[in-house]
Design a protein around this ligand. Structure first.
Ligand code: IPM
Ligand code: MG
Length: 365
């Protein structure tokens, strides 16, 4: 089969990890007889340096005409001045909004061989396998008004947390659909004891829940959820929440998997269903890690797992996705580790070496 794909390496470690993701993808193509047509574009800081904007119209158009987008990371200290008008993150946020990628899926799964290697006790980590469904095009990130202004008594700034019932309904539905294919337990996270937007969130979640009597729906406050994620993470199956809460909780949850370098994500324009192909943008949850850039250190597992998610959700290639995930598992079992997941007695490797090891397994050689 033929697929067209836009590749946006971005900033910092982005280009390095992207190269490994593409390597693994090409091995899938070769082994299973698929043709991946790649078009490279600029996003983030590199786009600002080159064109003065974080995302150009041409790049956006290219993405709109493709089957999927693979993104590395954006941002870095070079563009971090809070006074500047345009920032790398604007490119990513514009992509999410313009491509209508409202559903961000962040699976948190602990590879059994890494159970001893995280900051938490092995008995707490064992069996952790859940998925965050984060609303991605609304809430505090996008709602208006948002501005900074001068008053006679000093500067003020505001952001707005608004959700419409339609926005809540469609994301909660993604949560229910995913739960249906899993352990049938959905936790909806809000702050309904304080926030009006959260009270609407909770009402709509309950209303949608009536259509899913087979799925158990539980509401949890975001502060309690952040505690429970550390206390008993195996408790969770599917977690659905708003944009800001999901951003914070998913970084916390990455530590369950040992490192930010282990977690992939899929941002989709609709409800994912087994076997169906849906447009999406795939990226690791980690950032551009500027201090690690150019050192052949970064962990490429998150991007390679993101490639697997792309195969599964946008290309309908479940068997191929499974091959990629197994390849990672096998390499970890053989004891290879990047610096971020390194532990005693294991073999430390760089970005390229890790990518090569995984690619070899994917290719079956
Ligand atoms: C993420 C990142 C982004 C976000 C940044 C880079 C804008 O932290 O994908 O979680 O806040 O959504
Ligand atoms: Mg984040």
């Amino acid at each position: 089969m033929q697929f067209s794909l836009v590749v946006l390496p971005g900033d910092g470690i982005g280009p390095e990890v992207i190269a490994e993701g593409i390597k693994a993808l090409q091995a899938v193509g070769k082994r299973f007889g698929h043709d991946f047509n790649l078009n490279y574009g600029l996003v983030g800081g590199v786009a600002i340096d080159e064109m003065g904007v974080a995302l150009s119209q041409d790049t956006l158009k290219m993405c709109q005409g493709s089957d999927a987008v693979l993104l590395g990371a954006v941002g870095g200290p070079k563009w971090d001045d809070p006074k500047v008008k345009v920032r790398p993150e604007d490119g990513l946020l514009a992509l999410r909004k313009k491509l209508r990628l409202f559903a961000n899926l962040r699976p948190v799964k602990v590879f059994p061989v890494l159970v001893d290697g995280t900051n938490l006790k092995p008995e707490v980590i064992k069996g952790v396998d859940f998925i965050f469904v984060r609303e991605l095009t609304g809430g505090l990130y996008f709602a208006r008004p948002r501005r900074q202004w001068q008053t006679p008594r000093g500067r003020r700034a505001t952001d707005t947390m608004t959700y419409s019932e339609q926005e809540i309904e469609r994301i909660v539905r993604v949560g229910f659909e995913l739960a249906r294919g899993r352990r049938k337990k959905l936790v909806s996270v809000d702050k309904a004891n304080v926030l009006e937007s959260s009270r609407l969130w909770r009402q709509v979640a309950m209303e949608v829940g009536e259509e899913y009597p087979d799925v158990e729906l539980e509401h949890m406050f975001v502060d309690a959820c952040s505690m429970r994620l550390i206390q008993n993470p195996a408790y969770f199956d599917v977690v659905v929440t708003g944009n800001m809460f999901g951003d914070i909780l998913s970084d916390e949850a990455s530590m369950l998997a040992g490192s930010m370098g282990m977690l992939p994500s899929a941002s989709l324009a609709g409800v994912p269903r087994e076997g169906a192909s849906i447009f999406g943008l795939y990226e690791p949850i980690h950032g551009s890690a500027p201090r690690r850039a150019g050192l052949n250190m970064a962990n490429p597992v998150a991007i390679i797992l993101s490639v697997a998610m792309m195969l599964r959700y946008s290309f309908g290639l479940a068997k191929e996705a499974q091959r990629v995930e197994s390849a990672i598992d096998e390499v970890l079992r053989e004891g290879y580790r990047t610096y971020d997941i390194m532990s005693q007695g294991k073999t430390k490797v760089g970005t390229k070496e890790m990518g090569d090891l995984i690619t070899k397994k994917v290719a079956g050689s």
